[in-house]
Design a protein around this ligand. Structure first.
Ligand code: FPP
Length: 242
């Protein structure tokens, strides 16, 4: 028997392949990022329609600062542009925007736009969209460990898994059921390291700017076929103790 929830409650996406998409067309990498922004709209719309509760989008990692300054600035500008352009429609569609990561290192303009988007949508009850910006799984764990050690002052016996979960940026969100990575790369790139303990994965060669609702539906359908056992056994294989 398949014990899986047919529809994932939480989908997380590593939006990869923008640079290669642009290169294939002889365009600058930033054109790939611009095209990547357009793919976000379709995914948000379709996640809302399909009744997904949480969508996490990996937009900028703690390692992405290593890219040329021009590309970093373009990504920050795009974030501001995206939030400015989409916020009214997201709000109308009852989408709640949050961010995960360390926002303090972002340009002031980006921080202000994020504050405005998150406060405007904070009471919305539809799809929860978490944008991961200046996010790294290891950095998130270091941040949590620092907070826990200050708070618990050595009372280690009181610390359990739920303590760690509740000190992560994703506090209050369920762990991702399904992680999607397009672009043909088969790695996790420092994304949701703690939260992915029992996530299902869907990889595809499609480049992020070309990702559309058909790919999303394919990923969700594939998830629906999975048999999640969380380290336990299939119901049919469990022996009842006499
Ligand atoms: C990875 O592709 C993509 C990124 C590092 C940035 C993702 C950002 C966006 C889609 C747009 C900005 C986001 C928002 C929320 C407005 P890559 O550049 O590593 O591609 P490559 O591997 O083909 O070079």
């Amino acid at each position: 028997m398949n014990e899986n929830k047919v529809i994932p409650e939480h989908i997380a996406i590593i939006m990869d392949g923008n640079g290669r998409w642009a290169k294939q067309r002889g365009l600058p990498r930033t054109a790939g990022h611009k095209a990547g922004v357009e793919a976000i709209r379709e995914v948000i719309e379709n996640c809302s329609q399909r009744g997904i509760k949480y969508l996490t989008l990996y937009a900028f990692s703690t390692e992405n600062w290593k890219r040329p300054q021009k590309e970093v600035s373009a990504l920050m500008e795009l974030l501001v542009f995206y939030l400015k352009r989409e916020i009214e429609s997201l709000h109308r569609n009852n989408v709640k925007i949050v961010t995960i990561g360390d926002m303090t290192k972002l340009p002031e303009k980006a921080q202000n736009e994020i504050k405005s988007a998150t406060s405007k949508t904070c009471k919305n009850t539809g799809l929860n969209v978490a944008i991961a910006i200046n996010y790294g799984g290891r950095q998130e764990l270091v941040h949590a460990i620092k907070k826990i050690s200050l708070e618990y002052e050595g009372r280690t016996e009181e610390i359990d898994e739920s303590t760690v979960s509740s000190h992560l940026y994703t506090c209050g969100m369920p762990d991702p059921d399904l992680i999607i990575r397009p672009s043909g790369e088969l790695r996790i790139s420092n994304f949701l390291l703690w939260q992915m303990a029992y996530s299902e994965f869907w990889f595809s060669n499609v480049l992020w700017p070309d990702f559309n609702k058909d790919h999303l539906n394919e990923a969700i359908a594939s998830y629906g076929e999975r048999n999640r056992r969380y380290g336990g056994l299939d119901l049919k294989d469990r022996k009842v103790k006499k």
